[in-house]
Write a protein that binds this ligand. Structure first.
Ligand code: ADP
Length: 320
């Protein structure tokens, strides 16, 4: 299967990004034809600092490499290096309705926190272009992105119908941990919330222990297990295995769970998972990243250009 996914170079990556998307990327690259993108054109749809932006892009790429994206198995590049993303977004804009974009919950949420800019509104169309320009069939994302992948499916189908068979219909590939909640138990873990609500991939063991020890749980006795507690036990399942999670679920059901025992165990399991990632990240230089991104762009340029010629031909741009 041809796979495409992207991540924004904004803020620190956290366990939500890792479990919802990035860890799956690493697995998928073993068997599929994968393209992973640092989506720097997406991240400017809200306020950002141009002075620090180049380093943010480099840092985000380092995170992807540290997590295990292997440039020998996958293509890793950044969005603005391939101009066809923006070009196809424009073409797709002409077959997208305002009503469709108005339904996007991410826009509704983001436009409450940020200025209502056209770029932010149009974000899902650019994402559809990212996917379709490479004829991707699978898009590994977290649950919050499934609505955007749905739009990409609709646009691919609509384009094919209007202009002739061109794009495969892509589908979202979700993980078991498709929606990791924040440590306060409210909403999804997100880098736009307070750092105390997420574990960043770069957090030190000390910070991880502190954040987990203040994570929200229920009182351990009420009949209904809270979402916050479920989320934490879910994290333990991922990092320490089903047996350990089952043990605490039983304890919780019996009303005998000791969070003073559970929380340190969870913290240590997360620390153990992140340790090799952090070690690897420290070994990657800025120059390594520049080389990998340049190579990724070279490998994709021809594919994007060829697919764009076909798209433009179908849309009636080519004068014979
Ligand atoms: P975007 O804003 O485009 O989603 P992000 O950088 O925020 O980009 O997210 C990158 C990936 O991480 C996306 O696939 C997204 O669905 C996933 N993701 C983000 N937060 C979570 C979460 N709390 N749980 C699961 N997946 C998540």
């Amino acid at each position: 299967m041809k796979i495409f996914s992207g991540i924004q170079p904004s803020g620190e990556f956290h366990l939500g990004n890792y479990l919802g998307a990035m860890k799956n990327w690493v697995k998928l690259q073993e068997e599929h034809d994968c393209i992973f993108c640092i989506v720097d054109l997406h991240a400017i749809t809200v306020d950002y600092d141009p002075a620090t932006y180049p380093q943010r892009i480099i840092n985000a790429t380092k995170d992807a490499l540290a997590v295990g994206i292997d440039p020998k198995k996958s293509i890793l590049f950044r969005q603005s290096d391939i101009k066809e993303h923006a070009e196809l977004a424009w073409l797709l804009n002409t077959i997208t309705t305002i009503g469709e974009l108005n339904r996007m919950t991410q826009y509704k949420e983001k436009s409450e926190k940020h200025e209502q800019r056209v770029g932010l509104f149009d974000y899902p169309v650019l994402m559809a272009a990212d996917i379709l320009i490479y004829h991707a069939e699978g898009v590994p994302v977290g649950e919050d992105q499934t609505q955007h992948v749905e739009l990409a499916r609709d646009l691919a189908g609509r384009f094919n119908q209007k202009f002739g068979e061109t794009f495969p219909i892509p589908k979202a590939l979700l993980t078991e941990t498709k929606r990791v909640m924040g440590l306060d138990g409210t909403g999804k873990m997100s880098k736009s919330n307070s750092p105390s609500t997420y574990i960043a991939l770069s957090d030190t063991p000390e910070i991880i222990r502190k954040k987990i020890s203040s994570a929200t749980t229920d009182d351990g006795k009420a009949t209904e297990i809270s979402q916050a507690t479920k989320n934490l036990i879910g994290l333990l399942e991922v990092f320490a295995g089903k047996d350990r999670a089952d043990y605490y679920i039983k304890e919780r059901e019996a009303g005998t769970i000791k969070y003073s025992e559970f929380k340190p165990e969870l913290a240590e399991a997360i620390i153990k998972e992140l340790e090799p990632i952090q070690k690897k990240r420290a070994e990657i230089s800025d120059d390594d990243v520049k080389e990998i991104l340049a190579d990724g762009a070279i490998r994709l340029q021809g594919i994007a250009a060829k697919n764009m010629i076909d798209i433009k031909q179908k849309m009636g741009f080519v004068i014979e």
